[in-house]
Structures are given as structure tokens and as C-alpha cells.
Design a binder for this molecule. Structure first.
Ligand SMILES: [Zn+2]
Length: 301
């Protein structure tokens, strides 16, 4: 009797992505359920449950992992607050799904969406086979997901939030209430702001192309942003000695132009000899990272 497939669900603002992998990590199937415009959570949950059953060939015997944006209560299996999906606020997600799938509630695990995406990259993506990984998402803000010893590190719930490490104590106010956080300097939003302030294009793809083409202000700016990133990542290197950093999010397309600066920033703020072993890689799974990571919530190791 082969192991039952592991099914993962990634709840997004417009679509729920689902899929199944076997014990070796091969993708068995993928589906998506539209969410945009559906105001009724019960309808979304019905669609999710139907897709899960189709992927698992019945109730998911190996359990189900769910990635959910926003604040979740892992112990209770509830959604506390999801700013992008307010219809889910207060939803008893674990109990609702378990009932629809005829499985015990303990078989349904719920995790933050950024954390499941990090777990996906660590298990089957850019850092497959590595045990210690920090996944850094360079988007509107900077998200982080920390994997140590092959396991997602949660702490009390907010571990891995590298975006809110202070890099410039005199810097701009951050949405978290602090000042000069890494995300105020090196998120896609921050990069566009800095480019605009320097009189350069705020199209980040064009900015990176110009930096690749020639020495000039574009290359200098991306280098400076890289140094700030390196300073932030040095905190992770010093604290937990993670040496593989996986970059996702839109701005990660510019990683090659950021890398020289990142390495200099790391050398400046972390122990130099460790920096030579640091790997800086782009995320590999794209929008599938979330459900793949969620599927891996269902089994230990
Ligand atoms: Zn902050």
C-alpha cells in the first residue's frame, strides 16, 4: 500500500491554489479555486474541500496543510485576522475543513502563507535538501521564513521576520512602529522610492537592466540597496548561522545586481570567513511554493 498523497492548500487573495505530492516529493496534481468576488466563506470552503477530495482520491488520509495570509491561531485552528481576505476573519478554518473532509481536526494544520512558501522552497525548491535556510521575500514589504534543522521555526509565532531587523536607527518610520527596518530600505517599495529620489526609473526591471549594462547611478543604487540587505541578513547569520538565503518576490529578479552589495554588507556586519560559504539563490517554485510547503506541514521531517 503506497503512502497516501500529501495535499496542500494555499489561500490567496484571488485564488486558492491546491496540489498533491507523493512521499518522494513528485507533484501528483494541481488545481485552483477562484476566490475573487466570492463573499461567502462557506462557498469557498466547499470548493476547497471538493478540490482536496479530488486530489487525494477521497478524504486526505495523510492530512491537509493550509497556508493562510494574516494572523492565525495555530492552537485553535482559527483565522484571527486576514487583511486581504476579511471574509475569513474569525473563521474556524480547521474545524470547517475537517468536517467537510470527514477527517479528524488534528489532521488539518494551518500556517501563515509566507511560512509555508518558505517551507516549500526548502523542501522541493531552491534549497531542496538543505536543513538551514532563510527565505526572504522582496515584495511590498520584506517577508521572511526561517527553516532550521529542516523544520519551520515559529517561536511564539513571528520568528524569521528579517524585514523588521533595524538596519538604520535614524531611518524612515516602518509600519511595524520601529524605524529604519530592512524593509524600509530594500523591499520593492523601498527600491522604487529610492530610485525615484535619485531621479532614476522606478521600474525595477528597467533599473536592473541598466545596472547590468553599464557602470552608472543605477548600478550604484542597487549596490547600495544590496549593502543594506547584507547588513540585515548579517543578523540572521550571526544569530543562527544560516548560510543559504533564498530570495522570492518581484524584486528578487534583480538578485544578480544586488549580490555584490549583499556580500559586502555581510562581510561588514558578520564574521567574514562565514560569508564565503553563503549561498544567495532565487526562489524556484514561483506561485506553487505555498501549496507545496503546506503539503509538507502534514508530515514531520
Ligand atoms: Zn519594521
Amino acid at each position: 500500500m503506497p503512502d497516501p498523497p500529501r495535499v496542500g492548500v494555499d489561500v490567496g487573495g484571488t485564488t486558492v491554489k491546491l496540489g498533491a505530492v507523493d512521499a518522494e516529493g513528485s507533484v501528483l496534481g494541481e488545481r485552483s479555486v477562484p476566490v475573487a468576488g466570492v463573499a461567502d466563506v462557506a462557498t469557498i470552503l466547499d470548493g476547497m474541500a471538493e478540490a482536496v477530495r479530488a486530489l487525494a482520491g477521497g478524504p486526505p488520509a495523510a492530512g491537509l496543510g493550509v497556508g493562510m495570509p494574516g494572523l492565525i491561531d495555530r492552537a485553535a485552528g482559527t483565522v484571527q485576522e486576514s487583511p486581504n481576505l476579511p471574509a475569513f476573519n474569525g473563521c474556524a478554518l480547521r474545524a470547517e475543513l475537517a468536517a467537510r473532509l470527514d477527517v479528524a481536526p488534528e489532521l488539518v494544520r494551518i500556517e501563515n502563507d509566507a511560512n509555508v512558501a518558505a517551507l516549500g522552497e526548502a523542501r522541493l525548491g531552491a534549497a531542496r535538501g538543505e536543513r538551514d535556510v532563510l527565505v526572504v521575500t522582496l515584495g511590498t514589504g520584506i517577508g521572511g521564513g526561517l527553516i532550521l534543522g529542516g523544520e519551520l521555526v515559529l517561536g511564539a509565532g513571528l520568528a524569521g521576520e528579517i524585514g523588521h531587523v533595524t538596519v538604520d536607527p535614524d531611518g524612515l518610520a516602518c509600519g511595524c512602529g520601529s524605524r529604519g527596518c530592512l524593509e524600509t530600505l530594500a523591499s520593492a517599495t523601498a527600491a522604487r522610492r529610492r530610485a525615484g529620489a535619485a531621479g532614476l526609473t522606478d521600474d525595477l526591471a528597467e533599473l536592473a537592466d541598466a545596472a547590468r549594462a553599464a557602470e552608472g547611478p543605477e548600478r550604484a543604487l542597487l549596490d547600495a540597496i544590496g549593502v543594506d540587505l547584507g547588513h540585515g541578513l548579517a543578523a540572521a547569520l550571526c544569530l543562527v548561522d544560516v548560510r543559504t538565503f533564498v530570495f522570492g518576490g518581484g524584486f528578487s529578479a534583480a538578485l544578480d545586481t544586488l549580490e555584490p552589495g549583499i556580500r559586502r554588507g555581510l562581510v561588514e556586519w558578520a564574521y567574514g570567513e562565514r560569508v564565503e560559504e553563503v549561498r544567495l539563490v532565487r526562489a524556484a517554485l514561483g506561485p506553487s511554493a505555498g501549496w507545496i510547503g503546506a503539503a509538507h506541514l502534514t508530515v514531520a521531517g
